[in-house]
Design a protein around this ligand. Sequence first.
Ligand SMILES: Nc1ncnc2c1ncn2[C@@H]1O[C@H](COP(=O)(O)OP(=O)(O)OP(=O)(O)O)[C@@H](O)[C@H]1O
Ligand SMILES: [Mg+2]
Length: 344
Amino acid sequence: MEVKEYIKNIKQKYPIDEILVILKNFKSIKTLVIGEIIIDEYHFTIPKGRAIKDPILSVDYVYHETYGGGALAIANHVSNFTDNVTLLSLIGDRNNRMEFISKCLNPNIRTKFFVKDNSPTITKKRYLNHLRNEKLFKVEFINDYPINEKLEKDIIAFLESELPKFDLVIVGDFGHGFINQNIISLLEQKSKYLAVNVQCNSANLGFNLATKYNSASYVTMDMKEIQYTTGDRFSDIPTLMMKLKERTNFGKFLVTMGQGGAMYYHNGDIYSSPAFVKRPVDTVGAGDAVFAVTSLLAYAKEDKILPFIANCVGGIAVSYIGNKESVTKEKLISFIKGLDDEVE
Ligand SMILES: Nc1ncnc2c1ncn2[C@@H]1O[C@H](COP(=O)(O)OP(=O)(O)OP(=O)(O)O)[C@@H](O)[C@H]1O
Ligand SMILES: [Mg+2]
């Protein structure tokens, strides 16, 4: 009932043609995406049961698929809305996966990759039961030790000369040893508009908080991330958002809450929007999709519609497995049109 009311209201206020114009206007935003590349491998298996000699699950391999995750996914989402996207990232000096990376990125994305020594390109393998797509376990191939001084110097030199050329800088900070404090200071000083997502995951738990940044214009985080960042796991989300606002100079920020939708802090007020999908296929990468698309909205000052679009993007992203697809204008428009069915 509440969701129906919400959709009806939004549809009255924002006819689809208006939304289309907003999305089309993103075309010329010059965007730099920075963050760790993550190669997501999904290995589909048939569980057979307990192995005879060890208390472990034995599975039959069926097939595997590889998707572009992390900054690859963010760049792909953004490049479906804008023409001018550059991706700055790190690859490893072994298993660099360049062939896959070139294949998975949309052709309108320019790239600048630096090589991290003694590292693979970050790869996360998930093993799933192929009948129900439920995940069994995950193996990470990663060296998340901080970058060395030489590499930092090269990255900083690149950013010094390139940052002024971009309208919008989108940082997907996955906390895997790429973006350090010197890089952050430079990003905060020299970006015309800085959008940031600081990801909390099993490799960096408690060590990669949004408060690494201080003056980003737009920040997104999920519920766990704002709880860690404020050191408070009991207060409600609006209280945590006000706490975060007091502690930082963030302009505006969005907290995504999985099936609970999202809340948006802007100009002293908090706006919320429900989630629209009841049976998600896979929620991996949904927050990144929301971050990518809403950064464009935040930059364009389309704040009123931002939390609604956030959940439409989230709804699309949870409807396919991992980062197998990316969010496009066409998918977004058809998702919004499809919401009519919910209202009737
Ligand atoms: N279980 C779910 N049911 C319905 N919608 C969901 C669900 N999980 C995520 N979503 C949608 O996706 C959006 C972002 O999801 P979430 O808050 O889980 O991000 P996240 O934890 O940052 O994800 P990730 O870091 O894996 O990309 C939500 O605001 C919502 O619209
Ligand atoms: Mg996330």
